[in-house]
Design a protein around this ligand. Sequence first.
Ligand SMILES: *Cc1c(COP(=O)(O)O)cnc(C)c1O
Length: 233
Amino acid sequence: MSIAENIASVRLRMAAAAARAGRDASEITLMAVTKTHGFAQIVAAKEAGVTCFGENYVQEAEDKSESFAGARLHLIGHLQSNKAAKAAKLFASIDSLDSLRLAQKLERALEADSREMQAVIEVNIGGEAAKSGIAPVSNEFEELLRAAAEWKYLRVMGLMAVPPFLEDAEQVRPYFRLLRGVRDEIAARQLKNVKMDVLSMGMSHDFDAAIEEGSTMVRVGTAIFGSRATLVS
Ligand SMILES: *Cc1c(COP(=O)(O)O)cnc(C)c1O
């Protein structure tokens, strides 16, 4: 199957899941996740109508930056704060915002360029030690939400999570529901400079369930580009 055919079938799955939930499929963004994939694959996805891409590493995204011309590029992997300045120039959104320290570094870098940038807070929804993201109920999370009121350039748009990997998407569903609940609670508080429009959840094997639980952005790699070769660089 070609990349265009894979994208068409992903879109069909998205539409079917939206219909099951009584939702309008047009409110769900397809992000193509291109880590390890090259120029030809990225361009093929753009030609098939994909306008939003996700990369995990700053350096890899920079090396491939020409491929993303005309599209929105999001960072979805953990960002070390010493790379914040570079990331602030490269991405339309940092979807893996996971600390106040990082947010402050980004805000300062953006201020230097007088540029606004979007950010999505990554939540460690499964409480897994090996995963990045902020605990959903923690002082750290509260501090970050409160600090956002002061930012002039960094705009919080919502939440992202990578739940525990479970083969059966039905077993991931409770985590999607949990994240949706956290999002709804924060949205109801109407905090200054904190929007909760984006709920980024669902990957190749479980995005159907994520859409049924309210996802507004699915991050799809394997189902579009096939399996990833191990990164050797
Ligand atoms: C790699 C990655 C994806 C895509 O995963 P697939 O299973 O290949 O669709 C989505 N989100 C994040 C954060 C990733 O690192």
